[in-house]
Design a protein around this ligand. Structure first.
Ligand code: COA
Length: 248
């Protein structure tokens, strides 16, 4: 166990989950995924009413740790901590809110698609460079992004791998609002506190109705997962990972 994810439990049932591996721009390791999944999966048992995900100053997360990708000796992705985390995002019942300040790359962007509410600072940078890394989209982003942004924009983000900022994210409906850095976490925590104070059953029913069934998301994640696992072992991915690790 590392302390790369800190978990702060508030009296009102709100839990603040902070990614905290700043020397690596919050690149996510298996242990970090497992810790974050634990919070959302155990929410009912632990009396958690809302979860806020945050990072550090200027860094939400730079996505999956590329050294971890390289260390994988098989493409079988179904049981990886990353895959289990993103599946949990689609299936857990606890409301989730993201406060994104700065870099949000790969899963740093795709996890936001599953949040109930999201706020980002003016310096937020969203980017999904899966194809550039020889990989394919994950977290059902290949389904959710076209729904949200339209087919052409989804192609720009997932095929050209162009980045975008908070304003564009607001325009497409991926986040609720652009909020100055200094107010960002307070805004997310306030929204979480408001949700935590609502009648729980009415809120849970409403959340389920808004989101619809998770079956289509699960199916798409499985489909993506098979291709992701194959690509992870491909020459094109191995070359891209090596290029990143040796770029300096
Ligand atoms: N996996 C592993 N290590 C990562 C990482 C990642 N996703 N993102 C950053 N790091 C590490 C860097 O290797 C570097 O480590 P070092 O100091 O031991 O060399 C450290 O974090 C700082 O990153 P650096 O690249 O020096 O900072 P930067 O400000 O110049 O650039 C990024 C930041 C995020 C733009 C750049 O690191 C990057 O492109 N990372 C990869 C993002 C990515 O492709 N993620 C996977 C998506 S599927």
């Amino acid at each position: 166990m590392t302390d790369h994810v800190s978990i702060a439990r508030h009296d009102n049932g709100v839990v603040l989950v902070r990614m905290n591996r700043l020397d690596k721009k919050n690149a996510l390791t298996g242990d970090m995924y497992d810790r974050m999944r634990g919070v959302i999966e155990n929410a009912p048992a632990e009396g958690t009413r809302a979860v806020v995900f945050a990072g550090g100053p200027g860094v939400f997360t730079s996505g999956n740790d590329i050294a971890d990708f390289m260390a994988r000796s098989s493409g079988g992705d179904g049981a990886s901590p990353a895959f289990r985390f993103i599946k949990a995002l689609a299936t857990v019942e606890v409301p989730m809110i993201a406060a994104i300040d700065g870099l949000a790359i790969g899963v740093g962007t795709t996890m936001v698609l599953h949040m109930d509410l999201a706020y980002a600072s003016p310096r937020a940078q969203f980017r999904m460079p899966f194809v550039d890394l020889g990989l394919v989209p994950e977290a059902a982003s290949s389904l959710l992004l076209p729904q949200l942004a339209g087919f052409k924009k989804a192609s720009e983000y997932l095929m050209l791998a162009d980045g975008f900022g908070a304003r564009e994210a607001v325009e497409m409906g991926m986040i609720n609002a652009e909020v100055p850095e200094a107010e960002l976490e307070a805004k997310a925590l306030d929204a979480a506190a408001r949700l935590a104070a609502k009648p729980p059953q009415a809120l849970a029913h409403t959340r389920r109705l808004i989101r619809g069934g998770a079956e289509a998301l699960r199916r798409r994640m499985d489909e993506e997962g098979v291709l992701f696992g194959q690509q992870l072992m491909s020459d094109e991915a191995r070359k891209a990972f090596a290029a990143f690790m040796t770029r300096k």
